[in-house]
Design a protein around this ligand. Structure first.
Ligand code: FO1
Length: 324
């Protein structure tokens, strides 16, 4: 069954992996029918700039400005600012490209002038002629803190970029989440009566998806919705497609498998996630995932080309129509 043109879809995305599927969905759905909610737990202030890496990765991807080699930042970057900072003895571990800094300067100015992160993101999308809605999970400050075996509590970008994910993790805290409210565009998408599919993109379940789903009010809204909630595994053949998800799983004492990702969603959000998408390489896990109570499809989830992104988007949307 194919996804009805009257229905709407909400995608939940972290950075690079999530943005690939978000782009596929943007090619398959009319602008009014897709909202993409980005994780903001990775956001931080660095060198005086307010940086929102996951929103920017999705935004640059939708505008076809993304750096295809790095996965984050803009295509055709130069690094004069960073070199100058380094020369003056400043912090250069977080690589801010000259073009990318334009985004951070304007965002920082607009936030200081009293605009919300939602307003800034919507303004940027207009400037870049992005037709689909991209919204933060919240306009309130939420910061992912990584707890480590050595006892340190690291701000996310210190763990991820500065320390290159080396510290062994023991858990994650989303500081500020209890006081956070879903951003207006996020809640509007959740309560939209035409919402038929919520797609959890193949992003890191612990540090990209959990912060979004744990914003107070999100689970209640999902509970009241008739939409099919479908997660796409970011683990394929025992490896993370990008980033430290598999390493984190090992350190948290979990098997490094797509099945363990499905278990994570099934136990963290009982009854709330209805479907799971496995890659062809993990076909053998299908029965075990289904025994968790999740309907399952097996398809190619490794997105190399634009066609791969669109094919996966189509498969996931069709799957959502079958399980509602
Ligand atoms: N990731 C890196 O691995 N190294 C960097 O120097 C880096 C800089 C950077 C600058 C702007 C931006 O929007 C993202 C950037 N990222 C960098 C990516 C980012 O830290 C992560 O991909 C996400 O936070 C995880 O989704």
């Amino acid at each position: 069954m194919s996804f009805s043109s009257q229905s709407s879809c909400l995608a939940i995305s972290g950075g690079v992996g999530g943005a690939k599927l978000a782009l596929g969905l943007a090619h398959m759905l009319e602008p009014g029918k897709l909202t993409i909610t980005g994780n903001t737990g990775d956001d931080f202030v660095h060198l005086g700039f307010f940086i929102s890496p996951d929103l920017d990765t999705v935004m640059y991807t939708l505008a076809d400005l993304n750096n295809k080699d790095l996965g984050w930042g803009q295509e055709g970057e130069s690094w004069n600012f960073l070199d100058a900072v380094k020369r003056m003895g400043g912090e250069s571990w977080f690589r801010l490209g000259d073009r990318d800094i334009g985004t951070h300067v304007v965002r920082t100015q607009m936030l200081a002038a009293g605009k919300s992160l939602s307003e800034v993101t919507s303004h940027f999308c207009k400037q870049l002629a992005i037709k689909h809605r991209l919204v933060p999970m919240t306009d309130d400050p939420v910061a992912t803190i990584v707890h480590t075996r050595a006892g340190e509590k690291l701000a996310f970008q210190h763990y991820f970029v500065r320390d290159e994910c080396r510290p062994e993790v023991t858990g994650f805290v989303f500081s500020g989440i209890d006081e956070a409210k879903p951003a207006p565009g996020f809640i509007a998408a959740l309560v939209d009566p035409t919402l038929a599919a919520v797609i959890i993109c193949p992003s890191n379940p612990f540090v990209s998806v959990d912060p979004v789903l744990k914003v107070p009010g999100v689970m209640d809204a999902l509970n009241s919705s008739k939409a099919a909630v479908i997660a796409v595994s970011p683990i394929v053949g025992g490896q993370a497609l990008k980033g430290p998800a598999a390493k984190m799983m090992a350190e948290l004492g979990m098997p490094q498998t797509a099945l363990a990702v499905a278990e994570h969603y099934a136990t963290q959000y009982p009854g709330q996630v209805h479907g799971f998408v496995l890659d062809e390489q993990d076909r053998g896990l299908r029965d075990e995932v289904e025994s968790l109570g999740l309907s399952t499809i097996v398809t190619n989830t490794v997105m190399v080309t634009l066609q791969d992104r669109m094919d996966l988007a189509e498969a996931v949307l069709d799957f959502s129509s079958e399980i509602t």
